[in-house]
Design a binder for this molecule. Structure first.
Ligand code: CO
Length: 136
């Protein structure tokens, strides 16, 4: 169903400070930075092999990441698996009775199409399905 891990999402309080940690101490290159209004976050992608670490900080107090930080503090937020057929993956997950947070794909970072699966269906891990835009 999935080719590889696309990224690991990490919720952070301060994006600049966190970028500095991953860049200066873990040696990862910043590939992209973007405010994603659909999710109320500012995000940075750091390269790790063919995958990324996605650092996320809220831009709106009612965003999912803001609520996560309030409840749990900074830390691992989600795992994202890459597909080239997000509709097919969502159909299959529905058939298998998994609890979807997003019934339809939404627009994520770099114009990707993304949908989240409820952690109750995936062993306690918030799971994102991502179909990159053409050319990414
Ligand atoms: Co993500």
């Amino acid at each position: 169903m999935f080719g590889e891990i696309d990224h690991i999402g990490v919720a952070v309080e301060n994006l600049d400070d966190s970028i500095a940690i991953y860049r200066d101490h873990l040696g990862m290159r910043v590939q992209h930075r973007e405010t994603v209004d659909e999710f109320g976050v500012e995000a940075a992608l750091l390269e790790i092999g063919a995958a990324h670490v996605e650092l996320l900080t809220p831009t709106k107090p009612d965003s999912g990441v803001a609520k996560f930080l309030e409840r749990k503090g900074p830390g691992m937020h989600h795992v994202a698996y890459r597909t080239d057929d997000i509709e097919g993956v969502l159909d299959r997950m529905r058939e298998e009775g998994l609890r979807l947070i997003d019934e339809e794909p939404r627009t994520g970072i770099q114009d990707s199409r993304v949908a989240f699966v409820h952690p109750k269906s995936t062993g306690g891990v918030l799971t994102e399905i991502v179909q990159p835009a053409e050319g990414h």
